[in-house]
Design a protein around this ligand. Structure first.
Ligand SMILES: *[C@@H]1O[C@H](CO)[C@@H](O)[C@H](O)[C@H]1NC(C)=O
Ligand SMILES: *[C@@H]1O[C@H](CO)[C@@H](O)[C@H](O)[C@H]1NC(C)=O
Ligand SMILES: *[C@@H]1O[C@H](CO)[C@@H](O)[C@H](O)[C@H]1NC(C)=O
Ligand SMILES: *[C@@H]1O[C@H](CO)[C@@H](O)[C@H](O)[C@H]1NC(C)=O
Ligand SMILES: *[C@@H]1O[C@H](CO)[C@@H](O)[C@H](O)[C@H]1NC(C)=O
Ligand SMILES: *[C@@H]1O[C@H](CO)[C@@H](O)[C@H](O)[C@H]1NC(C)=O
Ligand SMILES: *[C@@H]1O[C@H](CO)[C@@H](O)[C@H](O)[C@H]1NC(C)=O
Ligand SMILES: *[C@@H]1O[C@H](CO)[C@@H](O)[C@H](O)[C@H]1NC(C)=O
Length: 815
C-alpha cells in the first residue's frame, strides 16, 4: 500500500489505469502518440508513453517502462527526451515525419527528439517489442531494422541489450546515470567499454576519472567481476569481432525480471523484481563500497562509509539545500560558511585564516606537490597563496588549489590516507589566541605527564621482560596471553614444518610445547600495524574466553614476525567432517550440539564482550572441533588485528560465497546480524551434510535453503536430513533447526534474531513461529525446477575465486 502511494506521489501519471484492451504495439504512417496514449508490447511486458517527474512544473518524458500489471512500481527503462522535458503531453506529438524520421514535438511543435531511419516513411513502422526495445523497421519485413532503442540506452541495460561499441559506425552504447532521482538528464557517472579498444569496462566520473574497472575479459570472465558468469538463469556473452565489441546477457526464465542500472550513487547495480513483495531487490553492485565512487559527495563534501546518508559537508561548510541531496545529487551541494580572509600579508594581525586539522582522511584528489622542507614551511606557503584551500605534510608537502573532492572520513586504506589541514576563516575555529597561558599550562602538564609515564613504562617493561624470560615455555593458566620468542616457536614447531592449513591471514602450523601440550600457531602476513597497536589489539582478544571460542594462548611479535598461538584442536574443522566422506562420524546429536555451541560462542562475541565483535566470516572452515567435538569458533577479531577499521574492511571485501548476507553487497554498514545470516546458511549445511550450493534435486542442481524452506512449509522436514544419517534424528529437532536457519537468513536484518535468541530457540526454550520465506528465496521458489539457481548474489562456483582451506583465515577480513 505504502509503496503504491509512493508511486502515485513520485510518478504522478496522467491516468494510471488506462489499460486498453485493444492495445497497440506500433505506430506508422501518419499515426501519432499524445497525452495518455500508449504503445503496449505484443506480450504485454512493456509500455511506451509519456510519464512525468517533478512537482512544479511537472515535466514529461517519452519513455518505456514495465507494464504496471507486472511491475507495479513505475520503472522507466529508457527515456527519449531525457534532457529536454516537455510540459504538456496533450499537445505534443510522437510520430514519423515525412522524411522517415521518428520525431517528438513539444507543445510549440518544436523538435525535442528524433531518431533517424534511412527509409521512406510509408514503408516503415515503430514497434515496441516485448524485450523493451523500440525498433524502427520495415513494415513488411520484420528483420529489416533501421534503428533501435537498444543501441541508444539511457541508464538501464535490459536483457538482450548490448553495452559496447559499433566499430563501423563508431556508435557507443554506454549507460549514463540520471542527474538526480527526478531528473533523467545525463548525470555525472557513466559506464562504458574502454574506448581504446581493450576488453574491459570502466565506470567514469564526468567523462574523465576512471574509478572502477571490470578488469580484462579472459575468455570466460572479467578479471575483476568473476561473479558475472553464466549460470542457470543468466547467460553472459562477450563478443569482439571486426564489426562490433560488446557485452550482452539474457535471462533464461520468463519469471525473472532483472535489469542493470547505472545508478545515481555511481554504482552499477543489478535489481531483480520480487512479485510477492512488490519490490526491486538489489542483487549485485560495483564498486561494492559506496565511498569508492570518485567525488561522490561533490566539492567540499566528505564520504563516510559508516553513516547514512554517506555524504556530509566537511567542517566549515554547510549543505546548500537538503532537497538537492535528498534526490541523490551531491555535486555542488556544500557551501563555505564564512568567506576566507586570505590575507597572506598579515603578520600578527587578528584576522588571518586558520587551518583545521582533519585526521585519517582520504586526502582530496589532485594534490600539487610543493618543495617545502618542513611542515611549517608547507603551511606558510599555503597560507600565502589565496587559492590554496588545504595542505598536507607527510615528509613531502602537498597543497590543493580550489575545490576539494573525494575526501573520505575514517579512511582505512593505505593509499592517499593522511592528515589534511583545511583552510578556514578564523571565525570558524575556536580562537586559540591570547591563550598563551593556557598553552604554557598545557606544556607543563604534558611534560609532567611524559616524565611520569616514561618512568611507569620503564618499570612495566622491566617487569614484563622478567616475566617473559621466565614464562615463555609454559602456558599461563590465569588467562593472560603469553609473549613467545620467535626462535622458541620455531623450535617447538620444528621450523614450521607441520602445516595444518592456510587462510587469508596466513598459514597455520602445529607445534608441541616442552610440557607436551600441542598448539597451533598462525603466522600472520601483511600486517600494517606496528608492535604497540598489535599488542593493544591482542590484549582485547586475549581476554576473551568462552568454551565455544578458540583460546588464544599467546603471541609473538618480533621484528616483522607476528604469530598467534592457539590451543590445538584434535578434530580439525567442521567442514572436514561434514562434506568430505561417504560416511560421517557426526550423528544428529553431535551436529545439534555443534550448532548450539557455535551459536553460544557467537552470542558471547556479539553480546558479552566489552566491544561487540562481528566475526564476519562464519563458515564450517572456521568452526574447529576439539577431541570431544565441542565446537570452537576460530579467527574472531582478526580483522581488527590486521589494522583496519572493521566496518570498512567489511564493506570493501570479498567474502566467502554462499554465506554472505545481502547487506554485504549493498555497501551499508555491517552489524552482528551479518554473522546471524552466515550462521543460518551454515546451519542448513549441518542439517544436509552438503554445501548449500551442491544440492541436487531430481538430478538437477538446486539451492538447499530454497528446497528446505519449501519442505518446511509443507511439513516434510525428514527429507532434509543428511542421507548418511539414515533418518536417525528426532523430526521436531530437524524442524526446529530448519526454522531457526530460515529466521537467520531473512533478507532484512531486523527480522533476523540476535544470536542470544538463536541460542534460546535451539535450546528449545522458545516457541518458534513459522518464519516468512526470505524474499530472495521467493524468486526461485515459484519457478520450475530447472530454473532454481543459487541464491547467493555472488558467484556460482564456490572454488573459482576464493579457495576454502582448512582453518582458513577469512578471506574477507584479511584481504
Ligand atoms: C527530417 O525531418 C526532420 C523534421 O522535419 C528534420 O529535422 C530532419 O533534418 C529531416 N531529416 C532529413 C534526413 O532530411
Ligand atoms: C519546445 O522546444 C523548444 C526547443 O527545445 C524550446 O525552445 C521551447 O521552449 C519548447 N517549448 C515549450 C513550450 O516547452
Ligand atoms: C540510405 O539508404 C540508401 C539506399 O537504401 C543507401 O544507399 C545510403 O547509403 C543510406 N544512407 C545512410 C546514411 O546509411
Ligand atoms: C528481410 O530483410 C532481411 C535483412 O535485410 C533480409 O535478409 C531478408 O531477405 C528479407 N526478407 C524478405 C522476405 O525480403
Ligand atoms: C587511451 O589512450 C590514450 C593514448 O594512448 C591515453 O592517453 C588514454 O589515457 C587512454 N584511455 C584510457 C581510458 O585508457
Ligand atoms: C565536468 O566536466 C566539465 C567539462 O569537462 C566541467 O565543465 C564541469 O565543471 C565538470 N563537472 C564537475 C562537477 O566538476
Ligand atoms: C600585502 O602587502 C603589500 C604591501 O604592504 C600590499 O601592497 C599588498 O596589497 C598586500 N597583499 C594582500 C593580499 O593584502
Ligand atoms: C598559488 O599556487 C598556484 C600553484 O602553485 C600558482 O599557480 C598560483 O600562481 C599561486 N598564486 C599566488 C597568488 O601565488
Amino acid at each position: 500500500m505504502a509503496s503504491r502511494l509512493l508511486v502515485l506521489l513520485s510518478f504522478s501519471f496522467l491516468f494510471l489505469h488506462t489499460y486498453l484492451s485493444s492495445a497497440v504495439d506500433s505506430i506508422s504512417g501518419s499515426q501519432s502518440l499524445s497525452g495518455d496514449q500508449k504503445l503496449t508490447s505484443n506480450g504485454g511486458k512493456f509500455v511506451l508513453g509519456f510519464f512525468s517527474l517533478g512537482k512544479s512544473p511537472q515535466r514529461f518524458y517519452l519513455g518505456i517502462w514495465y507494464n504496471t500489471d507486472i511491475v507495479s512500481i513505475i520503472t522507466p527503462v529508457w527515456v527519449a527526451n531525457r534532457a529536454t522535458p516537455i510540459l504538456n503531453p496533450s499537445s505534443s506529438e510522437f510520430k514519423f515525419s515525412n522524411n522517415g524520421t521518428l520525431i517528438l514535438l513539444n507543445q510549440s511543435k518544436s523538435l525535442v527528439w528524433q531518431a533517424k531511419a534511412n527509409a521512406s516513411s510509408d514503408s516503415i513502422a515503430a514497434v515496441l517489442l516485448d524485450t523493451g526495445n523500440l525498433v524502427i523497421r520495415d513494415r513488411s519485413n520484420a528483420s529489416r531494422l533501421f534503428w533501435q532503442s537498444f543501441d541508444h540506452p539511457t541508464d538501464t541495460w535490459l536483457p538482450g541489450g548490448k553495452l559496447g561499441i559499433n566499430k563501423v559506425t563508431g556508435e557507443i552504447q554506454h549507460l549514463i546515470a540520471w542527474k538526480d532521482a527526478e531528473d533523467p538528464a545525463p548525470g555525472i557517472f557513466y559506464i562504458e567499454i574502454d574506448p581504446n579498444g581493450s576488453s574491459q569496462f570502466f565506470i567514469l566520473w564526468n567523462g574523465t576519472k576512471i574509478y572502477w574497472s571490470s578488469g580484462l575479459w579472459n575468455s570466460k570472465i572479467f578479471a575483476g567481476v568473476p561473479e558475472m558468469t553464466s549460470n542457470f538463469v543468466y547467460d553472459f556473452e562477450y563478443v569482439n569481432n571486426e564489426k562490433e565489441n560488446y557485452f550482452t546477457y539474457s535471462v533464461n526464465s520468463v519469471d525473472v525480471i532483472s535489469r542493470f542500472v547505472m545508478d545515481l550513487s555511481g554504482q552499477i547495480k543489478q535489481f531483480t523484481w520480487v512479485p510477492a513483495s512488490k519490490q526491486w531487490i538489489l542483487f549485485w553492485s560495483q564498486p561494492r563500497a559506496q565511498c569508492e565512487v570518485y567525488a561522490l559527495c561533490g566539492a567540499f563534501g566528505s564520504c563516510n562509509e559508516n553513516t547514512l546518508p554517506f555524504c556530509d559537508c566537511i567542517t566549515g561548510f554547510r549543505e546548500r539545500s537538503p532537497e538537492h541531496s535528498d534526490l541523490g545529487d551531491h555535486s555542488g551541494s556544500c557551501l563555505r560558511k564564512s568567506p576566507l580572509k586570505c590575507d597572506g600579508n598579515n603578520s600578527g594581525g587578528t584576522e588571518m585564516d586558520k587551518f583545521y586539522q582533519m585526521d585519517t582522511v582520504r586526502l582530496p584528489a589532485n594534490p600539487l606537490a610543493l618543495n617545502a622542507g618542513s611542515a611549517s614551511e608547507c603551511k606558510s606557503t599555503c597560507l600565502k597563496n589565496c587559492s590554496c584551500t588545504a595542505y598536507s605534510y607527510n615528509g613531502g608537502c602537498s597543497m590543493w588549489i580550489g575545490d576539494l573532492v573525494n575526501i573520505q572520513d575514517f579512511y582505512g586504506g593505505a593509499n592517499q590516507a593522511g592528515t589534511l589541514f583545511l583552510r578556514l576563516a578564523s571565525s570558524e575555529l575556536p580562537d586559540p589566541h591570547s591563550k598563551t597561558t593556557k598553552i604554557i599550562l598545557m606544556m607543563v602538564s604534558a611534560i609532567t605527564f611524559l616524565t611520569f609515564s616514561t618512568f611507569v613504562c620503564l618499570i612495566i617493561c622491566v617487569c614484563l621482560r622478567e616475566r617473559r624470560r621466565t614464562n615463555t615455555s609454559k602456558i599461563s593458566t590465569d588467562g593472560t596471553t603469553v609473549a613467545f620468542r620467535y626462535h622458541d616457536l620455531k623450535r617447538f614447531t620444528k621450523n614450521f614444518s607441520d602445516e595444518l592449513g592456510r587462510g587469508g591471514f596466513g598459514p597455520v602450523y602445529r607445534g608441541i610445547l616442552p610440557d607436551s601440550t600441542p598448539f597451533a600457531v598462525k603466522k600472520l602476513q601483511d600486517l600494517s600495524q606496528g608492535e604497540k597497536q598489535f599488542r593493544n589489539e591482542l590484549s582485547t582478544i586475549g581476554t576473551i574466553q568462552h568454551i565455544n571460542l578458540i583460546r588464544l594462548y599467546g603471541f609473538c611479535v618480533e621484528g616483522s614476525h607476528r604469530c598467534l598461538v592457539y590451543e590445538f584442536m584434535a578434530n580439525s574443522s567442521l567442514d572436514t567432517h561434514l562434506f568430505h566422506d561417504d560416511k560421517t562420524n557426526l550423528d544428529w546429536e553431535k551436529r545439534y550440539q555443534i550448532a548450539l555451541g557455535t551459536a553460544r560462542g557467537l552470542a558471547y562475541l556479539h553480546e558479552k564482550c566489552r566491544d561487540c565483535i562481528v566475526h564476519c566470516d562464519i563458515k564450517p572452515e572456521n568452526i574447529l572441533l576439539d577431541s570431544s567435538f565441542v565446537p570452537k569458533v576460530a579467527d574472531f577479531g582478526l580483522a581488527k588485528l590486521i589494522g583496519r577499521d572493521v566496518s570498512r574492511v567489511l564493506t570493501s571485501m570479498r567474502g566467502t560465497r554462499g554465506y554472505l548476507a545481502p547487506e554485504w553487497i549493498s555497501g551499508v554498514a555491517i552489524t552482528a546480524k551479518a554473522d546471524v545470516y552466515s550462521f543460518g546458511m551454515m546451519l542448513f549445511e549441518i542439517i544436509s551434510g552438503k554445501r548449500n550450493t551442491n544440492h541436487w534435486e531430481d538430478e538437477k542442481p538446486g539451492f538447499f535453503p530454497a528446497f528446505a524452506v519449501r519442505n518446511l512449509m509443507a511439513g516434510e522436514v525428514a527429507r532434509l536430513l543428511d542421507s548418511r544419517l539414515a533418518g536417525v534424528a528426532p523430526v521436531e529437532e530437524i524442524a526446529r533447526a530448519c526454522k531457526v536457519a530460515c529466521w537467520c537468513i531473512q533478507d532484512e536484518e531486523i527480522y533476523r534474531p540476535a544470536m542470544g535468541r538463536v541460542v534460546q530457540m535451539l535450546e528449545g526454550n522458545l516457541e518458534i513461529s513459522m518464519p516468512a520465506v526470505p524474499k530472495s528465496l521467493q524468486i526461485y521458489m515459484g519457478q520450475q525446477q530447472e530454473q532454481i539457481m543459487y541464491f547467493s548474489p555472488l558467484p556460482m562456483n564456490q572454488n573459482a575465486v576464493v579457495p576454502s582451506f582448512v582453518s582458513s583465515g577469512s578471506d574477507i577480513c584479511g584481504s
